[in-house]
Design a protein around this ligand. Structure first.
Ligand code: TPP
Ligand code: MG
Length: 466
């Protein structure tokens, strides 16, 4: 029952984390101290302290040479290392500005965690309150899919589930910004975008139950099948975007014809070669693609500090296209920013990197236990920035929606969840022979022979199938 997806969503980096060589002296010292005091690597407190504080201390300018690294370690005690000039050229702060840590002042936000609308000089949310109400519905329904799928996995009905808890606004805001003709290339977590593309969530359950590969038609829904190989879909997105260029589907001025592509990936994926290659191709060919990174702060157990020493969006500069950081828990800001970036692509102005700054509130997948590597305080902090609560606060304060509306949405969610549960349990198991039918569009002689051989093997069992 447990399909191919299960094994590939593995915890390799989690295992590696424990055996990794430390990046700099302070970490070594910390590990020695903690061993001496009886703590070992499995302690969540130790892991948190070591990875967070040590990387902050070494997260500095140009660490290319040992001499520079030593300089940074020496200055680490002052807390200035992240911005210090190494003496070998300008420091990060001088090149990129002051925001090399935290969310920084450049975070684009249009709705605060308290549900207050705020202005931004470059981006505005220009839709009405009815649209915000519909965003609320999408957010709640998406979270409901997630809750039901998690429960189904816990009851043994799914092999695994990758929760999007906390990332709903990043996905609904960007998904709703797409036009019908735009094409999305997701990872394995984009359940909210799938919802926006009109994909029946039962298909998502089929994939995670291991009975099919997703089952939706990527061309019909303009939503590619989930990609588990980290970062690979950014190349697919770029290639597709270049195809659109060659088909003359950008820059015509016709809003129903001009098309953009959006490629989703995580913070950890930015360390993959595929992603960096996609950036280069998209840049030099001016491909109509939006690189949408959900920086949820973690790649399984690896914190963002181990992926980048500068805010991710600033990397775009080095590739030659614009990068922006948006509050990924603010559905209005994500919508406004993604809409502008997609339009830029459709007009033929090339790629944009959007970093949606958010937080993975749940485990990496149902196979993961985040209490082993991160502090509970972090989660408490992010709960205050919940993407759904702030929309509800806005709607309630302005009298746009009331309890009756919220109850209606909740009832709709429960009804959908019951349908999904029933549908999931009724999903037919595939025949083992299906695999031969779905490799190529047309059969090859080798496959036909292999199929026959396997069919007679299956038939050799009592009650076996052919
Ligand atoms: C090429 C490749 N390497 C490793 C893995 C195992 N793996 C699955 S998810 C994951 C972490 C991805 O983190 P991130 O890109 O931040 O996305 P998130 O899961 O946080 O959404 C890894 C290493 C994989 N699926 N593919
Ligand atoms: Mg991540």
């Amino acid at each position: 029952m447990v399909g191919t997806v299960v094994l590939t969503l593995c915890h390799r980096s989690q295992l590696m984390h424990r055996t990794q060589a430390p990046q700099a002296r302070p970490e070594i010292e910390e590990e020695k101290t903690s061993t001496a005091t009886g703590k070992h690597d499995d302690s969540p407190h130790h892991t948190r302290g070591a990875s967070r504080s040590a990387t902050h201390r070494t997260g500095a300018g140009d660490p290319g040479s040992l001499a520079v690294r030593e300089l940074l370690v020496i200055s680490a005690g002052s807390g200035a290392a992240a911005n210090a000039s190494s003496g070998f050229g300008p420091g990060l702060k001088e090149v990129f500005g002051p925001a090399v840590e935290g969310t920084g002042p450049e975070l684009i936000q249009l709705l605060t965690p308290e549900g207050e609308r705020v202005e931004h000089p470059e981006f505005a949310f220009d839709e009405d309150d009815e649209t915000i109400k519909s965003f609320y519905r999408d957010l709640v329904m998406t979270r409901r899919i997630d809750t039901e799928a998690t429960a189904l996995q816990r009851q043994g009905e799914l092999g695994i589930w990758a929760s999007l808890l906390g990332q709903e606004a990043a996905q609904i805001g960007s998904g709703r910004a797409m036009r019908e003709q735009d094409f999305a290339f997701p990872t394995y977590r984009e359940h909210g975008v799938a919802w926006c593309r009109g994909i029946d969530p039962l298909h998502l359950l089929g994939l995670f139950r291991g009975v099919d590969q997703g089952g939706w038609d990527p061309l019909a829904d303009k939503f590619n099948l989930y990609t588990i190989v980290i970062g690979a879909q950014t190349l697919h997105a770029t290639g597709y975007a270049m195809g659109l260029q060659r088909d003359g589907l950008i820059g015509t001025g016709d809003p129903d014809r001009d098309t953009a592509v959006i490629g989703y990936f995580g913070d950890g994926a930015t360390s993959q070669g595929d992603v960096n290659e996609a950036f280069i191709w998209a840049s030099v060919f001016n491909a109509p693609v939006v690189f949408f990174c959900q920086n949820n702060q973690w790649a399984i157990s690896e914190p963002i500090e181990r992926q980048s020493k500068i805010p991710l969006y600033q990397r775009a500069l080095g590739f030659g296209f614009p990068g922006l950081r948006v509050d990924g828990n603010d559905v209005l800001a994500v919508y406004a920013v993604t809409k502008a970036a997609l339009q830029r692509a459709r007009e033929g102005s090339g790629p944009t990197f959007v970093e949606a700054y958010t937080y993975r509130m749940g485990a990496h997948t149902t196979s993961d236990d985040p209490t082993r590597y991160r502090v509970i305080d972090e989660l408490e902090h992010w709960k205050l920035k919940d993407p759904i609560e702030r929309v509800k606060a806005y709607l309630s304060r302005g009298g746009v929606a009331d309890d009756a509306y919220y109850a209606e949405i909740e009832a709709e969610g429960d009804e959908m969840a019951a349908r999904l549960r029933k549908g999931c349990l009724e999903l037919p198991d595939p025949s083992p022979l299906d695999i031969f039918d779905q490799v190529y569009e047309e059969q090859t002689p080798e496959l036909v022979a292999q199929r026959e051989q396997f069919a007679s093997y299956l038939a050799s069992f009592e009650g076996g199938q052919s």
